[in-house]
Ligand binder design. Structure first.
Ligand code: G6P
Length: 607
């Protein structure tokens, strides 16, 4: 993953680079560093750990220079130490890199045979030494950079500065995003428009395989065949305003409390509250004419896709194949001509899902993406995009973006049902009405915070936790387990309630909380029986249900949290909120780094 940024400015570059890195820290926070040109020579400052450590280093040891590059790292090759932190430099060139150079071992051996001495275990250093070798042979920076690019394989973005060239910055994109920002007599490059937004809103995106030579006045683009190319400058809609926590302790807490507004905004986008009709923009495929639909996503977005599968199959009678992108892309899936796919992603940059997108398009599929970042690679490269109106999500664990994805998928399922004549206008109105009740019920759930915090006190003592659900509640059980694992580091598993007796029941004893997602409805009795099986073995059942399910569960459950009653269709959206809130409170009680949990990153741009 990693975030990269570069500046050719009028003022000192270091503070600008640091600010841009703050906005890129969601990509990784193992270490950070910047390099600038000082009197024509490369100088750098680096620090292990979060960006705050680098800021401290710069305070003690300022870095002058108006041209520079910066990096925030999510370690792939080499431990997250200061020595392995970017930028990586020789006396001639300094490089920041996002992604993986796959043939690094082979190149390293070749360069070592020529006498190069490596300082780190990183794949990045191979590129640095390769460029350095071409420079040593007398090539100009541009020729050396281009020659080195021809030798490296993998998915990456790179930016480089060169000794003796105070107004030159070279950057390349191959599988990882890169944007060029145009200022007034200042130029920028960055992993995304968000990083550059406080500096400029005039942005050009590199296309796949492009590289660019930037000076203080402008940029010259080259395509994958190294031919000069034109790339359009657009004005980004991304806000330059800093995203703050407001009065909340953590971004995650703030984002959890944004659920009602985000759900309202997203539903309003695709649902007419007056006519109770779903209004979808023109889709890249006709849902009435497709025989099968593929859904691909990663992490929580995949779990949203699983719920989407239940909804679309039920309402539109359309077979859906939902898979995690990292499996989908390598399993050589048989895809019928004229097929269609939905990709789901908050960032719109996740590497495996981007690869799935390219595979799908090469296989002639029409691809619709559901994304939160309108200018993301996925939104731009898909045949159509539906936006989740969640706003920037900073906490690494997805919260409001997840429920916004569900809201869009719910509207799509209704729209598909209507297009395929499986839903009557009456059904559509009834389902739309149910969805419109979600935001106010979400607000009511957030008011149950104290109750959920009490439950969290019990869960925080556990070593293992089981989440159970049936039907569209099963993916929400998986979401509950995923959230708890990633931010509190407690081992948790989500299971289909009916499947529990085929394995996880062996784990059950009086130390294992069994958290049940059990709204009233057609699957209630079945789930309740599975919970009784757990209780009969000493399991501590803690259930989320509604007023109708309460009495039956109280007979054997240790705790019952009664959530607002809503039509069965919308329960996955609503029940996602308390399980996320539960994970949040457990993490706070355990004292973990809620917004930036260990080893994780928000945008996963390596496969
Ligand atoms: C990371 C994040 C998750 C997210 C997943 C997919 O693992 O920590 O919160 O669900 O990536 O990201 P995407 O941006 O594609 O939704």
């Amino acid at each position: 993953m990693c975030g990269i940024v570069g500046v050719i400015g009028k003022a000192p570059a270091a503070p600008l680079l640091l600010e841009a890195l703050r906005r890129l820290e969601y990509r990784g926070y193992d270490s950070a560093g910047i390099a600038t040109l000082v009197d024509g020579h490369i100088e750098r400052r680096r620090a292990e750990g979060k960006l705050g450590n680098l800021a401290g280093v710069l305070e003690r040891d300022a870095l002058p220079g108006t041209t520079g590059i910066g990096h925030t790292r999510w370690a792939t090759h080499g431990a997250p130490t200061e020595r392995n932190a970017h930028p990586h430099s020789t006396a001639r060139v300094s490089v920041v890199h996002n992604g993986i150079i796959e043939n690094h071992a082979e190149l390293r051996a070749e360069l070592e045979a020529k006498g190069a001495v490596f300082e780190t275990e990183t794949d990045t250093e191979t590129f640095v030494r390769l460029v350095d070798d071409f420079l040593r042979q007398g090539h100009e920076p541009q020729a050396a950079f281009a020659a080195a690019l021809r030798r490296v394989h993998g998915a990456f973005a790179l930016a480089a500065i060169f000794s003796g060239h105070p107004r030159l910055l070279l950057a390349a994109r191959q599988g990882a995003p890169l944007a060029v920002g145009f200022g007034e007599g200042e130029m920028f490059v960055g992993s995304d428009a968000l990083a550059l937004a406080p500096l400029t809103r005039r942005i050009a995106y590199l296309k796949e395989g492009d590289w660019v030579a930037v000076d203080g006045e402008g940029a010259r683009f080259f395509d994958a065949a190294h031919q000069p190319a034109e790339r359009r400058v657009t004005v980004t809609a991304v806000s330059g305003a800093a995203v703050g926590k407001g009065n909340y302790r953590h971004f995650m807490e703030k984002e959890l409390h944004e659920h009602p507004a985000v759900l309202g905004d997203t539903l309003r986008q695709y649902l007419d509250p007056k006519t109770l009709e779903v209004r979808l923009p023109r889709l890249p495929f006709d849902p009435a004419r497709i025989g099968r639909l593929t859904i691909s996503a990663c992490g929580s977005a995949f779990l949203a896709g699983m719920v989407g599968r239940y909804w679309i199959e039920q309402l539109a009678r359309l077979p859906v194949d939902a898979d995690v992108a990292s499996e989908f892309r390598y399993r050589n899936p048989p895809l019928a001509d004229g097929g269609a796919a939905i990709l789901i992603s908050q960032s719109g940059e996740t590497a495996d899902n981007m690869a799935a997108l390219r595979l799908l398009r090469e296989a002639g599929q029409r691809v619709l993406s559901v994304v939160n970042v309108p200018e993301s690679s996925m939104a731009r490269e898909s045949d159509g995009a539906l936006l989740t109106v969640a706003g920037p999500e900073i906490g690494v664990a997805s919260t409001k973006a997840f429920t916004a994805q569900l809201a869009v998928l719910a509207c799509l399922a209704i729209g598909f049902g209507r297009a395929r004549r499986e839903l009557s206008t009456l059904d559509e109105g009834r389902l739309a009405q149910t969805l419109l009740e979600v935001p106010s019920h979400a607000a009511a759930i957030l008011e149950q915070d104290a109750q959920i915090r009490e439950l969290a006190m019990e869960v925080a003592k556990a070593r293992d936790v089981l989440f159970l659900g049936r039907g569209a509640m099963y993916p929400i059980a998986l979401e509950g387990a995923l959230k708890l694992k990633e931010i509190s580091y407690i081992h948790a598993e989500g299971y289909a309630a009916g499947e529990m007796k085929h394995g996880p029941i062996a784990l059950i004893d009086s130390d294992v909380p069994v958290i049940a997602l059990c709204p009233s409805g057609p699957l209630f009795e079945k789930t309740a029986s599975n919970l009784q099986e757990a209780a009969a073995r000493g399991g501590r059942v803690m259930a989320f249900t509604d007023a109708e399910g309460e009495a039956a569960l109280r007979r054997f459950a240790e705790r019952v949290i009664v959530l607002p009653r809503i039509g069965e269709f919308a329960t996955p959206i609503l029940y996602a909120i308390p399980v996320q809130l539960l994970a949040y409170h457990v993490a706070v009680l355990k004292g973990t780094d809620v917004d930036q949990p260990r080893n994780l990153a928000k945008s996963v741009t390596v496969e």
